[in-house]
Design a binder for this molecule. Structure first.
Ligand SMILES: [Zn+2]
Length: 104
């Protein structure tokens, strides 16, 4: 097993721990996310930004720490952190176009 696979496995474990501990201990949960991010950085792995808040390291739990809305211009999906109110924008026009192309 490669070292990157070990890193990936550790990141997965840390994320599930962060999710599990969020209701009990928010500080510990944030610590797990920051550890996962450090491991990802060292091994140059991409974590995406849909599973945690980049600003405050809070794990995203839909309905609890995460609010998902369509942007007012309707060209993107907004992932808003309920803790620090930071919004991440994910444009979906590209995906939409790809789907349309498949149907036609
Ligand atoms: Zn946040």
């Amino acid at each position: 097993m490669g070292i990157d696979q070990i890193a990936k496995r550790r990141i997965d474990t840390l994320f599930s721990l962060a999710r599990e501990f969020y209701p009990k201990d928010k500080i510990l949960s944030k610590r797990y996310v920051s550890l996962a991010r450090k491991i990802a950085m060292r091994h140059r792995l991409s974590l995406g930004s849909k599973s945690f808040c980049k600003k405050c390291n809070t794990i995203f739990i839909p309905g609890t720490t995460l609010k998902v809305r369509v942007s007012p211009s309707k060209t993107a999906v907004l992932y808003t952190c309920n803790i620090c109110k930071t919004a991440a924008k994910f444009p979906y026009s590209k995906e939409k176009r790809a789907k349309k192309g498949k149907k036609a």
